[in-house]
Design a protein around this ligand. Structure first.
Ligand code: ADP
Ligand code: ZN
Length: 732
């Protein structure tokens, strides 16, 4: 008896598999496959979890943690291609490196629960049979429905309206069997791009660059495509995409600002004849589901997207491009905290495929990787078609006598006037959304703070509210000061883009202005409309935040004004100088991209600052060399490693306790230093108190492992979260 039970146990174990679920779980759970063939690793399976069921991925043989006879059965194996070993390795790698639960990383790869769960997809009606069963009464209303219903399902309301009938006519007709319920397709088609079509004729520099990318098409490599703004980097890496397509592979392009890809999409279409698949947070559910499936099925050959596109289940990826690789928006700051640029290199290595990093202002990390011989580098030294780099002048704002709450100095004011008179376009860059960064009571000095965060609320006049840029809280401007009671005493201090617009409107009443921020061009559609307006010269002056800095090509834009070049330099952020240089250089690069020469006016109160001086001299490499020297001396990245711990929770004292406990158990090994705990600059965020600790380590240290054993030494405390940020970009 006992023997036979044991035998049964073994048989069950051999039918066991480990399934990773897309939930914040560290490890896969074991399940049993009752009958049929065992699904291979990577297969998508539906399994029970508590009272519900979940789609997960077969991760390997059962771990044996649960006795075989207690395993629950896999419900079904989904008819979808299994995730590749390469993607599963990427999930494990990312989880290990970022100290995130593997399941949370897997969720980024699945990211569309609705891809599997039929009920979440809207259902509509479609034609099921050519003609209704004999004896069905065909009224004129029913005839109209049948004339419209096709093999593609339509939502009930839409079908009824089109046929000018009430919905009940449609549902009654469906009961006869001539119509049936079916998921409403988004109508997306994933046509294959035609790599033979051919695009622009490359210049000889571009041809050389493209040829050397193509020569690296096999095996793993990382190439920095280092070209000045307007040199044609996009056209060049399109040739690498063409090579991947010619080899029957897929390609993915990561862009930092997906809302602003309208021009990119148009160029892709011109080169390849069809639009690529897009992947970003703005896709509707149906399109998201279909895109995910088309990627997994291999029909979507080229995907352009935000950082999360990196985790899509490409069965046959042949190329990864990260455009504007220096951009800090590739760093995801919540959930799984990872840098998509770095994980792109990891995926490239796991998949043994080339990775292209493109930028006019590469990050110091990448530059040093080139110096160390790990990355190749291809240089495009000139703008296309002989367009000149814009002339940069510095306006020393210490010399200006500006009226109160005015922000445009004399040089910029006259240049704006001249440009308008010449029928050319101008762009003003100010990295501040809203009307004014600070709203303060004139009689007592009270400032309005967010109720959830330790930060000032920002007035947005366009929507007539005060808003928090950290948690999204908004409220009306109080009529009386809540502290001193003075009526209508609040004054706006400092410039935001909305206020700048007023100043330009007063200066140039005839000019057509547009404010461009994530508030006004948040969606791809709004962004495309903005690009159209600029291209068709319906706008004379653009006033925008960094969203205008990235990637646009506007032939008539000849003047760029940087309203406050010093803004990003304040604060002790490790990369403040580098990042400011990059964004200002990018903005400046928007000017004079075709025949008409461009000029850039940089307003600064500290023109001697190395960033401003480098910008004026157009000397990127010297600036980067100095920056590198400084980092090397301080042992900062990329010469040393960094990791942050952010301790947060609703209870102040508990957060302090946890932070102190972490400080007491901090690693003391050679080559490691720990700083803190300190109150985070954002000491309150979304109602949580925050403390930070920072670990610096020499390059030979395995920082994720160090962090893991450190955290494991401190017992968890309920209500207190400890987040690990490896290679932090934000120090808030
Ligand atoms: P970058 O990405 O380096 O800033 P782009 O690839 O955007 O530069 O190119 C700048 C502009 O020049 C684009 O409008 C692009 O279409 C055009 N261009 C670049 N190379 C060529 C070429 N060989 N023939 C025609 N147009 C080109
Ligand atoms: Zn807030």
């Amino acid at each position: 008896m006992a023997a036979s039970l044991e035998g049964e146990g073994r048989a069950a174990a051999s039918r066991g598999i480990a399934v990773l679920l897309p939930l914040p779980l560290e490890r896969p759970y074991d399940y049993r496959v009752a009958d049929g063939a065992l699904p291979p690793p990577g297969a998508l399976v539906r399994v029970p979890l508590g009272k519900r069921d979940v789609v997960g991925v077969v991760w390997g043989p059962a771990t044996g943690e649960v006795a075989a006879e207690r395993l629950r059965d896999v419900i079904e194996v989904l008819p979808l291609p299994p995730l590749t070993a390469e993607l599963r390795a990427l999930v494990d790698w990312t989880a290990r490196y970022t100290l995130s639960p593997a399941g949370a990383v897997l969720r980024m790869a699945l990211s569309v629960p609705s891809a599997f769960d039929a009920p979440k997809v809207p259902l509509g009606y479609r034609r099921a049979a050519l003609s209704p069963p004999a004896g069905t009464k065909l009224t004129p209303a029913r005839e109209r429905v049948l004339a419209i219903a096709s093999s593609r399902a339509m939502p009930l309301g839409e079908l009824a309206t089109a046929a000018q009938v009430t919905p009940s006519v449609v549902t009654a007709l469906a009961k006869t069997g001539v119509l049936e319920r079916a998921p409403v397709a988004s109508g997306a088609v994933f046509a294959a791009p035609d790599w033979r079509k051919g695009g622009v004729r490359l210049t000889s520099d571009q041809r050389t660059a493209a040829d050397s990318l193509i020569a690296s098409a096999n095996g793993f490599s990382v190439t920095l495509l280092d070209g000045v703004t307007g040199s044609g980097k996009t056209e060049v890496y399109f040739e690498a995409i063409a090579a991947a397509l010619a080899a029957d592979k897929q390609a993915v392009v990561l862009l930092p600002e997906i809302a602003l890809t309208a021009q990119w999409l148009a160029r892709f279409q011109a080169r390849f004849g069809v639009a690529p698949a897009e992947w970003h947070s703005d896709l509707g559910t149906a399109l998201r589901r279909e895109t995910w499936r088309a990627v997994a099925g291999g029909q979507a050959r080229v995907v352009v997207g935000a950082r999360s596109a990196l985790f899509l289940p490409f069965p046959n990826l042949g190329l990864i491009v990260v455009d504007e690789e220096h951009d800090s928006s590739f760093k995801q700051e919540d959930g799984v905290i990872y840098n998509a640029r770095d994980m792109a290199v990891v995926r490239g290595r796991l998949a043994q495929i080339p990775v292209v990093l493109a930028s006019a202002t590469p990050s110091l990390e990448t530059v040093i990787n080139v110096e160390r011989g790990r990355y190749k580098r291809i240089v495009l030294p000139e703008r296309f078609a002989g367009a000149k780099q814009p002339a940069v002048t510095i306006a020393d704002m210490r010399m200006e006598k500006l009226p109160r709450q005015n922000f445009l100095g004399s040089a910029l004011r006259s240049a704006l006037g001249e440009n308008l008179a010449a029928g050319e376009q101008s762009m003003l860059f100010l990295n501040r959304r809203g009307y004014a960064p600070l709203t303060l009571c004139r009689s007592c000095g009270h400032r309005i703070e967010c109720r959830n965060c330790s930060t000032w609320l920002v007035e947005h006049r366009l929507v007539g509210r005060l808003m928090c840029h950290h948690c999204g809280h908004s409220e009306g401007l109080p009529i009386a000061c809540p502290v001193c009671g003075a009526a209508e005493s609040f004054a706006a201090c400092g410039p935001g883009v909305e206020r700048l617009e007023e100043e330009v409107a007063a200066l140039l009443p005839a000019a057509r202005l547009a404010v461009v921020t994530s508030d006004t061009v948040g969606s791809p559609a709004a962004a495309a409309e903005f690009v159209r307006q600029v291209t068709e010269h319906e706008i004379d002056v653009l006033i925008g935040t960094q969203i205008v800095a990235k990637g646009h090509h506007f032939p008539l834009l000849t003047l760029v004004g940087i309203v406050d070049a010093d803004l990003g330099l304040a604060g002790g952020d490790l990369r403040a100088a580098e990042r400011t240089f990059q964004v200002l250089h990018q903005v400046a690069g928007r000017a004079g991209r075709e025949q008409r020469p461009g000029r850039v006016i940089v307003q600064s109160y500290m023109p001697e600052h190395p960033v401003i001086a480098a910008l004026a001299a157009n000397d990127r490499d010297r600036f980067m060399a100095e920056e590198a020297k400084d980092r090397a001396e301080r042992g900062m990245p990329p010469y040393g490693r960094l990791a942050a711990l952010i301790v947060s929770g609703p209870d102040h004292a508990m957060v302090d306790n946890m932070a102190s406990a972490l400080a007491r158990t901090a690693p003391r090994d050679e080559g490691i230093e720990v700083w803190g705990p300190a109150e985070a600059p954002l000491r309150l965020l979304r109602g949580r108190h925050r403390r930070r600790l920072l670990l610096t380590a020499s390059r030979d240290i395995d920082v994720p492992e160090t962090m893991r054993s450190w955290i494991a030494r401190v017992p968890q405390m309920s209500g207190v979260r400890v987040q690990v940020d490896i290679d932090p970009y934000s120090f808030l």
